[in-house]
Design a protein around this ligand. Structure first.
Ligand code: ZN
Length: 235
């Protein structure tokens, strides 16, 4: 989908929720292109701090090396530092954050003090976009994936099948299912996502900040709805 840039607009905080397979990555990329705001992923932040050997990175590394989860406080500190950089002055998309209710509550307090460009003293609430996809649809998107061991091309037996069943269009190699794409692994990932995200969905819904988008549509229709929501958001 060709996007028209709107790079002067202050969009404020955008939070994308959506299960694996909901197409969050595609939509995040579109938002970055259209509004010129950074996509901030806590996974990337963590890797960056560890590789630069910052104080936060050293603490996080010690915890991860001990096989533990990096605590909310540490993640929040990294997020705070990242959101204070100039490229986030008009807004940003958060990807994989907040992940817990405690993180969401912390973010709320943080945003109560954050000043965005051209907004004066006015505080901006997050636009929380939940890309909702029906469970069986997610299952088909994820378990239908096959890849070519020779050229790496990805197919989906339901949505993008090869011309000849099980064989790569390009080189005729027999397609394989990655272990991560088998139904058992996928359904556990989806259940884990739901467990983790439900409290966040409830939190933002109760605040009236949750905007649900029908993710069962094709990607360009989802994009159209996502942009409509952001453009129409009263800051
Ligand atoms: Zn191939």
């Amino acid at each position: 989908m060709k996007v028209q840039a709107a790079v002067n607009k202050t969009v404020g905080p955008i939070i994308l929720l959506g299960a694996p397979g909901a197409g969050k990555g595609t939509q995040a990329k579109l938002i970055v292109e259209r509004y010129g705001v950074p996509q901030i992923s806590t996974g990337d932040l963590l890797r960056d701090h560890v590789s630069r050997g910052t104080e936060l990175g050293k603490q996080a590394k010690a915890i991860m090396d001990a096989g533990k989860l990096v605590p909310d406080d540490l993640v929040n500190d990294m997020v705070a530092e990242r959101l204070s950089r100039p490229d986030a002055a008009r807004g940003f998309i958060l990807d994989g954050y907040p992940r817990t209710l405690a993180q969401a509550q912390w973010l709320d307090l943080y945003l109560a003090d954050k000043v965005f460009e051209n907004q004066g003293e006015r505080k901006l609430h997050p636009v929380v976009i939940d890309i909702a996809v029906e469970y069986n649809q997610l299952l088909r998107r994820l378990t239908g994936r096959r890849s070519c061991p020779t050229c790496g091309r990805i197919y989906n037996v339901y949505f993008q099948p090869p011309r000849v069943a099980d064989l790569c269009d390009v080189d005729g190699a027999k397609l394989v299912t990655r272990r991560d794409d088998c139904e058992e692994v996928i359904s556990e990932r989806l259940r884990a996502y739901q467990r983790q995200t439900l409290p966040l969905v409830d939190f933002y819904r109760a605040k009236g900040q949750l905007l649900e988008i029908n993710g069962d549509q094709d990607a360009s229709a989802v994009s159209r709805d996502v942009l409509k929501v952001i453009d129409g958001h009263r800051l």
